[in-house]
Design a binder for this molecule. Structure first.
Ligand code: DGL
Length: 265
């Protein structure tokens, strides 16, 4: 990529506020970058959609990022990394960072795990992407993937759960029975539930991939001469519907100063 691109913005996308867990880490380690965060609140939740639907959705968001001339796009979303990344990766001029592929590579490179649990959306689990990517890096690794369809609506406050304990432990116990050495929170919304999860299992058992992912992105931008040499750090937010509730829900992850813009997909 041309070196003059390095002062362009980085696009970050997810279905709603979950990807803010990744943006937060990026802001810590790459504070000089400009960011455009896209929360696709109109199409939320992604986890219940088909691969074909998700490819079409991500295409529209990537087209939007292209109009904004970004230098890179971060798929701060497991579900679209699992379903749409391979299809779209060579069709755009910007660099694309997929979450699952990156995190599976980093976790297997740096550790000797043989049993990994993954908690993710239904679409991610259906794709078996975590299992495939871990096995690519270490064929001996056993991966147990559990779908947690209630968790995104709980985080996005689309539903209130009268029995939250049941909604948490129902899925968690199935993964614990597998006796994993680590459990990956394989949906960027799930780290919000970490305090609640740690009532039923040790906090250290869980991996929030956001930090590993952000570290890799920084290293790779650096390697490709794409880190912004100037001090900038502007963030703009975009939502595909109800930008006010996006801003409100975002508070669970971080305080947003700017008003999110509405972008109709
Ligand atoms: N946060 C996303 C993920 O990491 C998508 C969640 C959803 O909208 O279902 O998979």
């Amino acid at each position: 990529m041309d070196i003059k691109n390095n002062n362009k913005a980085i696009g970050v996308m997810d279905s709603g506020v979950g990807g803010l867990t990744v943006l937060k880490q990026l802001l810590k380690i790459c504070p000089n970058e400009d960011y455009l965060y896209f929360g696709d609140t109109k199409n939320l939740p992604y986890g219940e959609k088909s691969k074909e639907e998700l490819i079409e959705i991500v295409k529209e968001i990537f087209d939007f990022f292209e109009t904004q001339s970004v230098k890179a796009v971060v798929l701060a979303c497991n579900t679209t990394s699992a379903t749409a990344y391979e299809e779209l990766k060579d069709k755009y001029s910007f660099k694309i960072y997929p979450l699952i592929q990156t995190v599976a590579k980093c976790v297997s490179k740096d550790n000797d795990f043989t049993r990994i649990g993954v908690m993710a959306t239904q679409a991610t689990v259906n794709s078996k992407k975590y299992t495939q990517e871990f096995n690519k890096n270490n064929p001996k690794i056993k991966v147990f993937e559990q779908a947690c369809p209630l968790w995104v609506p709980i985080v996005e406050k689309q539903i209130t759960c009268s029995d939250e304990k049941e909604a948490i432990t129902g899925y968690l116990n199935k993964v614990l029975e597998f006796n994993p050495q680590k459990i990956i929170l394989g949906c960027t919304h799930y780290p919000y539930l970490l305090d609640k999860l740690s009532k039923y299992a040790p906090k250290e058992l869980f991996i929030n991939p956001a930090q590993i992912f952000a570290n890799y992105i920084k290293e790779d931008l650096d390697k490709n001469n794409l880190l912004n040499p100037q001090i900038s750090g502007h963030i703009q937010y975009f939502a595909s519907s109800e930008p006010e509730s996006f801003k409100q829900n975002a508070k669970i992850f971080m305080e947003i100063d700017a008003e999110p813009h509405l972008v109709k997909l």
